[in-house]
Design a protein around this ligand. Structure first.
Ligand code: AHG
Ligand code: MN
Ligand code: MN
Length: 326
């Protein structure tokens, strides 16, 4: 019954192999607590009237759902008191959140998307939480937003929690990407897949084809190729964490191309570089996959704004090479 290690056991083993990573190991354990708490809130959302909108728009210009706000507040409050972080940024917060007394001597900063896939909250479709951890920079103030202008490659921990048919926690310290599944009855995350490697095959492509006419030519040509020659099926959930997780485990292409809806010739990405692209690209590379912004590897991009957006094109090395010649 209990043949697989718990997250606690796994992290203790990680710590004995990496004695310098005590802080990061404790951070991962604390994020798991947030995953359990949010899983509980999400699983009873319909019963305690926390579906629906709060009647506000956030800095992204999006309608804020009650669960966005609950997830954001719970994550901020819990992470603050851990004392691990000098500053925190959230997709739901306009600017950097100062950790105050708790953050004075902290060595890390964290960016997170408290609830990804908000449009799916009220219809019981999988949603997720995404997190990205950097070492605190000493060349700028601890709460300066430049703390988050570090490249994706310099992340020291990244991952997500996916609230689906089961609740899974997927993360990497940069030494393989691993999946844990929550045993609700036990209240423990148990190791379900170690060192995930994305399959080379391409059973699915995943994109919001409703925007096809607004994609750049390369993206349209690539999608045509996937349908005509590669004959892969379409799977699109509209929750980045769920679409990413399926692509990581089953293989395929997952993309959110830049779009130009008003015909200005200016194509814009939707995903947020700090809160979605960078953490997911970090995991993808650990699994042998590649994520571009349409041109560059996401992990090499140095953000210049906290809420900067970028396109997202994920696939195997072979598929991405084909994309670049489309
Ligand atoms: P969020 O809910 O954090 O704003 O993110 C939503 C994102 C992502 O999860 C999803 O893939 C995408 O928005 C869906 O966008 P479309 O509805 O435009 O396809
Ligand atoms: Mn999101
Ligand atoms: Mn979100």
């Amino acid at each position: 019954m209990l043949q697989t290690p718990t997250l606690t056991q796994y992290l203790l083993r990680h710590l004995s192999a990496h004695p310098d990573q005590k802080g990061l190991t404790m951070i991962m354990s604390d994020i798991a607590v947030i995953g359990k708490a949010l899983s509980r809130e999400i699983n009873r959302a319909g019963l305690i009237n926390i579906f629906g909108l709060v009647g506000m728009t956030n800095i992204q210009g999006e309608q804020v759902h009650k669960l966005d706000q609950i997830a954001n507040q719970l994550t901020k409050d819990y992470l603050r008191q851990t004392g691990h972080f000098s500053a925190l940024s959230s997709e739901e917060e306009d600017g950097v959140v100062d950790m105050g007394e708790y953050g004075k001597d902290a060595r890390y900063v964290i960016a997170f998307d408290p609830l990804d896939g908000s449009s799916n909250i009220d219809v019981n479709v999988s949603i997720g939480t995404i997190f990205s951890v950097h070492t605190r920079r000493d060349d700028v103030e601890r709460t300066d937003e430049k703390q988050f202008f570090q490249t994706g490659r310099s992340q020291v921990l990244a991952g997500y929690i996916l609230y689906g048919s089961s609740t899974v926690l997927v993360f990497s310290f940069g030494d393989g990407v691993h999946e844990f599944t929550l045993d609700q009855g036990l209240g423990e995350f148990l190791l379900s897949t170690e060192r995930i490697q994305m399959p080379e095959k391409c059973p699915y492509y995943s994109v919001n084809e409703g925007n096809y006419d607004y994609f750049p030519q390369r993206d349209r040509a690539f999608i045509d190729y996937l349908k005509a020659e590669n004959k892969c099926d379409l799977r699109y959930i509209g929750s980045a964490v769920a679409d990413f997780h399926r692509t990581l485990k089953k293989g395929g292409v997952f993309m959110y191309p830049a779009i130009d809806k008003d015909g200005t010739g200016h194509y814009k990405g939707k995903y947020r570089l700090n809160f979605e692209n960078k953490p997911m690209a970090f995991l993808a590379e650990q699994a042998g996959a590649v994520v571009l912004d349409g041109e560059r590897n996401i992990l090499d991009i140095e953000p210049t704004a906290l809420h900067q957006r970028a396109a997202f094109v994920m696939g195997s090395k072979a598929m991405i090479n084909h994309y670049l010649t489309s």
